[in-house]
Structure formats: structure tokens, C-alpha cells
Design a protein around this ligand. Sequence first.
Ligand code: NAG
Ligand code: NAG
Ligand code: NAG
Length: 249
Amino acid sequence: MKPAAPRRVLLRALCLACCYLCCAHGLWKSGNHEWKKLIMVHHWPATVCKEVEKDCRDPPDYWTIHGLWADKAEQCNRSWPFNLEEIKDLLQDMKIYWPDVIHSAANRSSFWKHEWEKHGTCVAQLDTLNSQKKYFGEGLDLYRGLALNSVLQKLGIVPSGNYYQIADIKDALAGLYGVTPKIQCLPPEQGEEVQILGQIELCFTKDLQLRNCTEPGEPAGGRHRAGRGRPDRALEVCQDGPVFYPPPP
Ligand SMILES: *[C@@H]1O[C@H](CO)[C@@H](O)[C@H](O)[C@H]1NC(C)=O
Ligand SMILES: *[C@@H]1O[C@H](CO)[C@@H](O)[C@H](O)[C@H]1NC(C)=O
Ligand SMILES: *[C@@H]1O[C@H](CO)[C@@H](O)[C@H](O)[C@H]1NC(C)=O
């Protein structure tokens, strides 16, 4: 008639401890928007069109901006709505360098709204990026500064029916920028021989200095949902080996 009671107490204590940990974890996930690197995400429009085949027309034949993201944080301020009016001075450049590849037929701004709400509201914790004008303006400036299109061309990495090796692309970019990029691909589907080059990310510190995208020993990361809605296919960190850099259709 003895051990039952202490055991029950112990069990209750354990349960409490578990609940406490779970709650703390939940809070940490939802409430704390800490992040430490900025990610400048470029995507290759011809590949974006393979992700979402239905709704894509005349993709640009140059790398465009997907977004300027914070690692480990999304949707940081739901009471800060997107306002196209604030960035009207930037629209001309945005349409060229930061276009909505998927809905390219229209001049809709829903892509920018999405990027602002999901990523901009987090990045805006920095004084240098704390408005929509600064967020989109800095995104354009970083894109121009990196000049990925001309860098790739200079390195001889151009869209081609011949495959490249991922390591060659990565090393060439790392050599030029002095930091390790992160490269994402569409894994091959039935009928495709190899993965398809989709996205190139370059990372910055909060002071807007280039830095490696991965820490030594840190896994490169897994699947990455491409963005709005549900893409038909999803990008992943590229596997070592051959990669197809598709010419525009
Ligand atoms: C969210 O954005 C609104 C509008 O800019 C601002 O007033 C508020 O301080 C922000 N909240 C946080 C937690 O940053
Ligand atoms: C979209 O097009 C309409 C009509 O052509 C124009 O009035 C509007 O300003 C455009 N919107 C943007 C974001 O460029
Ligand atoms: C960046 O990555 C390169 C290659 O992995 C490494 O040699 C270098 O030490 C890294 N730099 C920092 C600051 O971690």
C-alpha cells in the first residue's frame, strides 16, 4: 500500500515538467523572432516555371530576386501591412529585377506583399531596413552589388544543354565572392536525368557584410518550400554531382 503514492507524485511531477518544457518550446517558436543572417535569394526564372507550370509565361532570361530573407524567422509583424504606395519610386526597378515570375502576365504586386509580410517584417528589425522602402530598396542594391548575372557569365557558367558539376559552380562563386553560397535545385523527376539549378543564395551579416551561408559543420539544410501557394515541385539543397542549368524556353 506504499509505493503507489510516491510514484503518482513522481509521475505528476514528470508531467508538469513535460508540459512546462512543451509550453516554453511553443513560446520560443511562435514568439521569439531571433535571427542572425540575411539571405539574398536569387532564382532562375526558367526553373521557377518548372515548379509551377500552370501559371508562368515568358520568364526573364536573367536571375531575378526572390527575396531578402532572415534565417530562422518568418512573419514577424502581422500588424505591418504591405503598402505599394511606399515603394512607388522603386517600382520600375522592381518590375525588372524583382518580378513576380509566376504571374508574369500581370503587374500584380501580390508577390511583393508576400515577401514583405513573410520576410520583410523580420528583416525590418534592423534600423537599416526598417521600412518597406528600405527593405525593397536594399534588396535591389544588394542584388546590383552582387551582380550575379555578370559574375556567372564571367565564370563561364551559362545556361546550357551540357551539365555542370555543383561543386564547380559553388567553388567558382565562393572564389569570386569570398564566401560560401547556398545553391538549391529541383530534384529530377521522371524523365529528367539530373537535378535542375533553381536558386542561389548569398548571405550577409546584420551589418550587410557578406558571410558564409553555412557554419562549419552545420548541415546545409533540407527541403525548402518555394513560397506562395503550393508549388507543384519543391527546391532542395543541390546534391553533389551534375546539374542542369536550363536555357529559357
Ligand atoms: C509592427 O509594425 C507596426 C507598424 O509599423 C509597429 O507600429 C509596431 O511597433 C511593430 N511591432 C513590433 C513588435 O515590431
Ligand atoms: C498596373 O497596371 C495598371 C494599369 O495598367 C496601372 O494603373 C497600375 O499602376 C499598375 N500597377 C503597378 C504596380 O505597376
Ligand atoms: C567560410 O567557408 C570557408 C569554406 O568552407 C571557410 O574556409 C571559411 O573559414 C569560412 N569563413 C568563416 C568566417 O567561417
